[in-house]
Design a protein around this ligand. Sequence first.
Ligand SMILES: Cc1cc2nc3c(=O)[nH]c(=O)nc-3n(C[C@H](O)[C@H](O)[C@H](O)COP(=O)(O)OP(=O)(O)OC[C@H]3O[C@@H](n4cnc5c(N)ncnc54)[C@H](O)[C@@H]3O)c2cc1C
Length: 311
Amino acid sequence: MGVHRFEHHAPTTLEEVVKLLTELGTEAKLLAGGTDLLVFIRHGRIAPKHIIELSRVGELTRICELESGLIIGACVKLREIERNSVIRRLYPHISEAASQVGSVQIRNLATIGGNLCTASPAGDMIPTLMVSGALLHIVGASGERMVRIEEFFKGPGETALCATDVLVSIQLPPPKPRTGWAFFKLGVRGAMDISIVSVAAKLTLSESTSDIVSEVKVALGSVAPVVMLSHSVEKLLTGKRITDSLIEEAAHSVMNEVKPISDHRASAQYRRLMAAVLTKRALKTAFHRAVGEQQQLTQLEVNQGSVFNGG
Ligand SMILES: Cc1cc2nc3c(=O)[nH]c(=O)nc-3n(C[C@H](O)[C@H](O)[C@H](O)COP(=O)(O)OP(=O)(O)OC[C@H]3O[C@@H](n4cnc5c(N)ncnc54)[C@H](O)[C@@H]3O)c2cc1C
């Protein structure tokens, strides 16, 4: 395979990025950490003539805590997301997911925006941001807009971004009181591999009574062309008093909702079963966290296989 040559651009403002994208059109590609893009180039899947590096645009690399929530710049590295104290306190599932992407070397390069814009059904950050109600701030030649994360993904590798658009930041509303979160991923070799199935859950309990669900969201990765939210879990649990059998029923219901494929990593049937197992675990953990109890199960236990023993 020959060496692919391209011209490198390193703008320092968003305006410059959009101007370059407008001038260079489809010949140009944005580069964040490069952990997906450079692999695609090496494999000959794309051959851009221009690479526009985003890392020098200050606006893209900040994390800001506001009264209205948290703003995470699109080029914030996953290693920073894993370690940031505000994210760990307010959205522990997001740091937990970040900590399970690739290796430390990958996480030191990979960005949260790159994970979204690659739009892989197995992108580990996507389910966690979906259950958090993330809004995506996008700037392009025709102005700026906010897009709800569930409207961003159009298919594997396809997003709502137009040719001159840049994802600027991810905005998260502040978590409501008595909310618990969870993220679990199943991979062939644990954290170094992409997910066979991943599940994120958010569960908010009503303020007056201890175990009535006021809000619940479950998002599943690697079981459909795009990461999907489960409507059946929401329907079954909202407004109900939480019990083990209700969690069991809700987890079982996702098996009819997911649309997995069989590939070299797992069969569709295995993915369907694991989607239910991980949903049950994620809902239980989110519930225990919502009532302030210790997390039920660690990712380590999932990797070690105790999740298969029915408990
Ligand atoms: C060894 C290895 C292991 C991996 N393991 C995992 C894993 O366990 N889980 C997982 O989810 N992923 C994994 N990945 C994939 C990858 O690391 C992640 O998807 C990463 O978050 C991509 O971010 P990046 O900054 O490197 O993106 P880049 O490669 O720089 O960009 C990815 C795509 O997004 C576009 N883009 C980037 N930023 C923007 C922006 N702000 N606005 C518009 N478009 C943009 C680029 O043009 C490109 O098309 C792995 C990759 C490798 C090489």
